[in-house]
Design a protein around this ligand. Structure first.
Ligand code: IMP
Length: 837
């Protein structure tokens, strides 16, 4: 590396150094003693983890107080990010890095013979989300704080987050996640800020007073309390510490006192338990709608607590809600919190006596809506009778919004009943339904998709009438990921190499990675780049060996497919290619094949039977191949159970190839694609979601693009897609399909995968696996050929890293702040008080 111009190595960034290792050690030991109530000798691993976390939290709290005070003093505009999911993962390691304290912590723990890395591994994941949507919310919180924006996350403190996945004979088993079993050292409970939430009951119409409008009151409701738990969100390299406020449901004070007084203690307790079920469990599905009463109540609970809290904070500083939208932006992460439209209206109308027209102006100006899917089955709709029972006042408000909105549409487009039918907030039918996407669009001043293609399709196909009516409302905000977690923390080897070459600016400005481009032409750099990848692969191989007793070859190509299991994401297409490869090896056992390890990680929604069968299918293929001596050392298929953020942090840095093979037009954005490319994996992808923008950024020479495009898929759907014709034309594909039907991967259980075969050949192959198979298999062959030349591969991988700047969530958040929220950074000048120890 002699000829490389090296910048002096620095720690990733230096912020404070305002605490010495000895002072931190003292705080740590104090927490063992006073927070955990133990002598050090008797402390468990979790005691140590919790005590270190509390010691770090103490430091964050100093900044959190300074931050909140600054926001009040400056009367700053705030943004509230409302999301039913926050897939935070582990907090300790990232928080220590954000505070610039890693060397201090390591030194302090070293004095007691403790390993920081090991301690970090005892932390359970905060898995309060399903997949991309929830992880996006977590990345956005990191960027908001790091960019010094006054931003808050509002979510639900589910007692049980995403289920823990185990395999039993290759089948997915769901076990409850118990992430709070030993408590959560990061959270601060605030019972004093608990808010009441009303559900059920009925509307009583009252006579108008004088010439005033008709009045109505909501009576006979039940009350639940929302108790906030605050988690500090620490900006990296700045003083800003924002807050993620998660609501926990609790029976309201004096709940059903009447029932207690009647002596029915058991019933009263049952009702108390009912209140608590509201925040008991995360609905484990993504891209399908869980049509359950409890889910509707959960969504309302989030919205009601959050709106009330935002209003309370506003009214501390202002006399009325008249300037609410100038001082507050509420962003809806998908339609799940769309009831915020009706709830904010209810506040303004019923609690603040603001007239309808002004209430509506304020609501629309304050709200923004992010759409995350075009899949019809994932578009939320709630039956009117259910809504009437659970939220009678809100239904009344929604009807009023709809009446006024449809009047305005009729005025603009007279005699266009079809248009009225399509834009109405209420879908007619046997059972009327409230369309939450329409409610969110009508009630927001800004609507955005999450990648360019997705935003275009949203306007062109999903809601063209709205886009035509309000073109200025629609925009694109391509998703992003935080490089603090997805490079600096999870891939220390690559982070250090990059910093050595170009300095550490990239940590807070990912575009700085551009400077790495010239290094991709230097063989010495590429050797070191490859060595980092190799070490990461060995680290993952060791984990797979330890946890599952499976030996994988770290020299083989690590082909990674990690994301939720859904047919549109086409894990099945990957499986078809593996089978084809298997047949090629069987036909030519002496052939020279590039060894591959296929790594899968995916949870299926518990009620999604086809997805669960695909998991079993992949596991069965893996077993058959593992038993075959011809295959040994060439192809290995490993389905890693319980894919979650912390497992992703091990897999992503170790990947050579990133499978992003959704049916074009179906994946809104994807963010796994960004994480993998940023860590030097080459993408095997369709022209879909953010893959397109990644391809444009890294260059078509540095990515494998295959398959039909969205327009072609649409045309095939329209003109009649006949999957069997694709099979007839392709001998290799025919053989793959025949082997599934003949039970090659279900020895002893013929017919086990018949439904998979039928779905592909007889039931229309909804996701176009067969149409894309040939192009995929050929592209995979090109990847294998390229992998033989490691230096060329590494050059392309390094160029991927260098050109991923655009995919930082910092860029996304800046765009939201400027174009939707009208939000400015508010730096926190008050430095945290220096400890005197
Ligand atoms: P909240 O905004 O009411 O949730 O309070 C959060 C934190 O902001 C409090 O713990 C205080 O540190 C700070 N804070 C609350 N109200 C004020 C105020 O009126 N001026 C300055 N700081 C405040």
């Amino acid at each position: 590396m002699k000829e490389l111009r090296m910048k002096p190595t620095t720690a990733a960034h230096k912020l404070n150094g305002d605490i010495t290792a000895d002072a931190l050690l003292a705080r740590f030991q104090d927490h063992i003693k006073y927070s955990r109530g133990k002598h050090f000798a008797g402390a468990t691993d979790f005691d140590k983890l919790a005590s270190l976390s509390r010691a770090i939290r103490d430091l964050a709290v100093e900044r959190m107080l300074a931050t909140q005070q600054t926001y009040y003093d400056r009367d700053a505009k705030r943004v509230y990010y409302l999301s039913m999911e926050f897939l935070m993962g582990r907090l300790l390691s990232n928080n220590v890095i954000s505070l610039g304290l890693r060397p201090v912590v390591e030194k302090a723990l070293g004095k007691l013979g403790l390993s920081f890395e090991q301690l970090c591994n005892y932390e359970p994941d905060a898995g309060l989300g399903n997949g991309g949507l929830g992880r996006l919310a977590a990345c956005y919180l990191d960027s908001l704080a790091t960019l010094e924006y006054p931003g808050y996350g509002y979510g639900i403190r589910y007692r049980h987050g995403m289920f823990r996945q185990e395999f039993d004979n290759g089948w997915q088993m769901e076990r409850p996640d118990d992430w709070l079993k030993f408590g959560n050292p990061w959270e601060i409970i605030r019972p004093e800020d608990a808010v009441p939430v009303l559900v059920y009951g009925r509307i009583e119409n009252l006579p108008a007073i004088g010439d005033g409008p008709p009045r109505s009151v909501w009576v006979d409701w039940q009350m639940i309390d929302g108790v906030p738990y605050d988690i500090p969100i620490i900006g990296c390299g700045v003083n800003t510490v924002n807050i993620l406020r998660l609501w926990s449901a609790r029976a309201a004070e004096g709940f059903r006192l009447d029932v207690f007084n009647q002596g029915d203690y058991v019933r009263a307790i049952q009702e108390k338990n009912w209140a608590e079920t509201i925040s008991k469990v995360l609905y484990p599905s993504e891209n399908t709608h869980a049509g359950k009463e409890l889910r509707l109540i959960q969504e309302y609970f989030l919205v009601a607590c959050s709106v009330r809290d935002a209003v309370r904070r506003h009214l501390k500083k202002h006399e009325s809600l008249d300037n609410f939208a100038e001082k507050n932006a509420l962003q809806l992460n998908d339609t799940h919190p769309a009831l915020a439209v009706a709830e904010l209206m209810r506040h303004l109308l019923d609690e603040q006596d603001v007239p309808w027209e002004r209430s509506w102006e304020i609501t629309v100006a304050a709200l923004g809506y992010t759409n995350h899917t075009l899949l019809p089955e994932a578009l939320e709709k709630w039956p009117v009778p259910l809504m009437e029972r659970v939220l009678p006042r809100h239904l009344q408000i929604i009807y009023e919004i709809n009446d006024r909105f449809l009047d305005s549409v009729r005025l603009r487009y007279p005699n266009d009943d079809e248009r009225i039918r399509r834009v109405s907030l209420v879908e007619e039918g046997e059972v009327k339904q409230v369309r939450m996407a329409n409610l969110a669009i009508v009630g927001s001043h800004a609507v955005n998709g999450v990648a360019q293609l997705h935003s275009d399709l949203l306007k062109a196909n999903l809601v063209p009438e709205f886009a035509q009516m309000w073109p200025e409302r629609f925009s694109n905000k391509t998703n992003g990921i935080t490089q603090r977690r997805w490079l600096l923390a999870c891939n220390p080897g690559l982070a250090a190499l990059i910093t050595e070459c170009i300095g550490d600016k990239w940590v807070r400005d990912l575009d700085a990675l551009r400077k790495l481009e010239p290094f991709a032409e230097k063989p010495e750099f590429l050797q070191r780049f490859l060595a980092v990848k190799q070490a990461n692969k060995q680290r993952l191989a060791a984990l797979i060996g330890e946890r599952h007793g499976i030996a994988v070859d770290p020299q083989s190509l690590f082909d990674v497919h990690v994301k939720r299991l859904h047919e549109y994401k086409r894990q099945l297409l990957n499986a078809l290619h593996i089978i084809a490869l298997y047949h090629r090896i069987k036909d030519n056992p002496a052939g020279d094949f590039v060894p591959r390890t296929f790594l899968f990680g995916a949870k299926a929604a518990p009620g999604y039977h086809m997805a669960k069968r695909i998991i079993k299918f992949v596991n069965s293929i893996g077993e058959v191949l593992a038993r075959d001596p011809d295959v040994r050392g060439r192809v290995r298929v490993v389905f890693l159970p319980d894919y979650c953020v912390s497992l992703a942090e091990m897999i992503v840095p170790a990947a050579d190839l990133s499978e992003q093979i959704s049916t074009a037009g179906k994946e809104a954005s994807g963010t796994g694609n960004m994480k993998l490319a940023l860590n030097g994996a080459l993408t095997m992808g369709t022209w879909d979601g953010a893959n397109i923008e990644i391809a444009e950024a890294v260059g078509l020479d540095n990515i494998f693009i295959f398959g039909h495009r969205a327009g072609q898929i649409e045309a095939m759907s329209r003109d009649g897609y006949r999957p069997h014709e694709w099979a007839e034309r392709d001998a290799e594909l025919r053989r793959v399909l025949a082997s599934i039907r003949q039970g090659e991967f279900s020895p002893g259980a013929p017919g086990l995968f018949d439904d998979i075969h039928r779905a592909l050949v007889e039931w229309g192959d909804t996701y176009f696996h067969l149409a894309d198979f040939r192009s995929y298999a050929d592209s995979q062959q090109r990847a294998s050929d390229l992998f033989r030349d490691r230096t060329t591969w590494a050059r392309k991988a390094a160029l991927n890293v260098a050109r991923m700047g655009r995919f930082s969530s910092d860029r996304s958040i800046r765009e939201y702040a400027r174009e939707i929220w009208n939000l400015r950074p508010v730096p926190v000048k008050v430095a945290a008080a220096k400890p005197t120890m």
